[in-house]
Design a binder for this molecule. Structure first.
Ligand code: ZN
Length: 326
């Protein structure tokens, strides 16, 4: 009896150990924001969502660091990168002062972590080291000079050196994400294919693609302004000793509410910080036929405060009734 009780208590203690450990030594995360390419990327709305999703794991202590707007005085902006195991970028600015760029390059070369979410891969078109960290990027006047676009063909990622602007997407529709590497810590245990909630399917992103492993792709549908190619959606790469996780998904609250997005963000952030993933895949993970999204996240879109605005049809124009005269 006594031995049985002792075993039970030991088992209970063991069960609670991981949570207690996580609470006592959280992974320090810098969530970087402060600018986007336009109001369609509402970082003031999406940063609290990313913060909530990361903190829900119990693994991370998230500090939001907001950079000054482009062209403003950066002299008092001195983020202490070395304090953080990983920088999650929800930030799309055209340029940074040279000393800040150097500090961030050093942080990454020395083993830092970087997570690039969606339009954060639009940032810094003329900063070669950042483009190497991202692997691929789009817009902000990038062209084939940024590197080829990359797509999945016959079991591997291949470059396409065709000239033209970098970055395109169709209307925001649900799309199927196909896992291409199943033994990476981020994708281990995920379904072979799963439906992502309505989002922009990024295509024709261009970049050096150096040391890049594409973990998942999505087919860009020509019926929705697509390339008819399997475009990278989740990728990882090495920069010096640093680890980068890049998700091209996550345009707005609807996209960010997808359980597939959330799970890969949480796992990708842990991997970029530590090189390991300790999180399980939730039972609510989407399937190949079914979208799965978190209502509490979806409702963080302020546009939904009073429900979507109703479109009032125009009043019918009064017309005299025509009667046939003979
Ligand atoms: Zn977008």
């Amino acid at each position: 009896m006594t031995r049985y009780l002792a075993t039970a208590i030991l088992a209970a203690a063991f069960l609670f150990t991981p949570a207690a450990h996580a609470a006592s030594s959280p992974i320090e995360v810098m969530l970087l924001d402060g600018e986007s390419g336009g109001p369609y990327h509402a970082w003031q709305v999406t940063t609290p969502i990313l913060k909530k999703e990361l903190e829900a794991t119990g693994l991370f202590a998230v500090t939001v660091v907001t950079a000054p707007p482009s062209g403003a005085d950066f002299s008092s902006f001195k983020p202490d990168f070395s304090h953080y195991k990983v920088v999650v970028s929800n930030y799309d600015a055209p340029d940074w002062p040279a000393n800040l760029r150097t500090q961030f390059e050093d942080y990454m070369r020395n083993g830092g972590g970087l997570v690039i979410v969606h339009a954060a891969d639009n940032a810094f078109p003329n900063w070669p080291e950042f483009n190497e960290m991202a692997g691929i990027g789009g817009w902000r006047k990038r062209t084939e000079s940024a590197g080829p676009s990359w797509y999945y063909k016959d079991g591997k990622i291949v470059p396409d050196t065709s000239p033209g602007p970098a970055g395109s997407h169709g209307a925001r529709l649900p799309f199927l994400v196909t896992t291409r590497v199943t033994d990476h810590p981020i994708t281990k245990g995920l379904p072979a294919a799963w439906m992502h909630a309505p989002d922009e399917l990024y295509a024709t992103l261009k970049g050096p693609g150096k040391n890049m492993t594409v973990l998942a792709t999505a087919h860009s549908d020509p019926a929705n302004h697509g390339t008819d190619k399997d475009e990278p959606t989740l990728l990882v790469l090495q920069f010096g000793k640093g680890r980068v996780f890049h998700t091209t998904m996550g345009h707005d609250p609807a996209a960010l509410s997808c359980v597939g997005f959330i799970t890969t963000l949480q796992r990708g952030t842990e991997w970029a910080a530590t090189g390991k993933v300790t999180q399980k895949v939730p039972v609510t993970f989407p399937t190949a036929e079914t979208v799965s999204y978190r209502v509490d996240i979806f409702e963080m879109d302020p546009a939904l405060k009073n429900g979507p605005a109703a479109k009032v049809p125009p009043a019918p124009t009064a017309r005299p009734i025509q009667t046939q005269q003979k």
